[in-house]
Design a protein. Structure first.
Length: 288
């Protein structure tokens, strides 16, 4: 027993005001193990299928992140106190340093505060489809400082959380089940406009990702310089891959226009040259 006590009290690091013993190392390892076990149990509880359906997976992820960070902070404080480091004295002694770091790390602190707001507020959640500066992506994770979104090109973007609270962000998942989209088409002057409308509605109806209700519609929007301008409006719930849906509909439009003799014109200009009448007295051989 005495031998074990001597091993536990053996000083690995011995300074004037601080010493680290084998007992401290065992205590820290035990603390890490308990924290990991506690986080595993909490995550298991949070991600129950019943809670997912009632609260939502995105909101559960936010709650779990907050709980995880709180537990880690408490564990760090307990660990420092257990090895003899007084956290209160440490913070008081480094107050001036923290103030200096605060000015230098202002943006990072802003990201941390924004992360906490996102996790509590729930305006953006994991799994939702958002649009930032014209880039559409699905939220993969929300951390305290940064968040990750996966774009339509399967590229993972890491974005500072302050961006979500200071810039304009479109959350497509907050819309209704179906969102309306549009495709602009120009046809040659002289085309049968009723036939154009009929063909465009057929193209929308034949695509599996275009909603049958609400119905698609066609607008005759303008007399262009070189074409009659139409707009096909349709609803879809496949927001994340909507550009592929639009491309498929355009292929159908091009094919059906050819089958029905409807032409899509290219820009053209008519040039009229007016020749001035030369004087009858003028002769190429005449000399001034």
């Amino acid at each position: 027993m005495k031998r074990i006590q001597e091993i536990l009290e053996y000083k690995l690091v011995d300074l004037d005001n601080f010493s680290l013993t084998a007992y401290h190392i065992i205590l820290i390892v035990a603390l890490v193990f308990m924290v990991r076990t506690a986080l595993w149990a909490i995550k298991k509880f949070f991600y129950q299928e019943r809670l997912k359906q009632r609260v939502g997976e995105g909101r559960l992820h936010g709650f779990f992140q907050i709980v995880k960070y709180i537990i880690i902070v408490i564990a760090v404080v307990i660990g420092l106190e257990s090895i003899g480091v007084k956290v209160t004295f440490l913070l008081a002694g480094s107050a001036a340093l923290l103030v200096g770091l605060g000015f230098g790390l202002q943006q990072i602190f802003n990201d941390f505060i924004s992360g906490i707001i996102l996790l509590f507020d729930g305006t953006i959640k994991v799994g939702e489809v958002i649009e930032i500066e014209g880039i559409v992506g699905r939220v993969e994770s929300i951390g305290l400082r940064t968040s990750e979104i996966e774009t339509r090109d399967n590229i993972i973007m890491i974005i500072p959380n302050s961006f979500f609270t200071s810039q304009k962000v479109i959350n497509w998942s907050h819309n209704r089940q179906f969102t309306r989209f549009r495709i602009s088409i120009g046809v040659a002057y002289g085309s049968d406009t009723a036939l154009v409308k009929k063909v465009l509605l057929e193209c929308a109806d034949e695509h599996k990702y275009v909603a049958k209700k609400p119905d698609a519609s066609v607008r005759f929007i303008d007399f262009g310089d070189s074409a009659l301008m139409f707009e096909l409006l349709f609803y879809s719930e496949n927001m994340f891959r909507i550009e592929r849906v639009k491309s498929d509909v355009r292929f159908l439009v091009d094919m059906k226009f050819k089958e029905n003799g409807i032409h899509i014109p290219f820009p053209q200009r008519d040039l009229h040259i007016k020749a001035e009448q030369l004087p009858q007295s003028f002769s190429p051989d005449s000399k001034a």
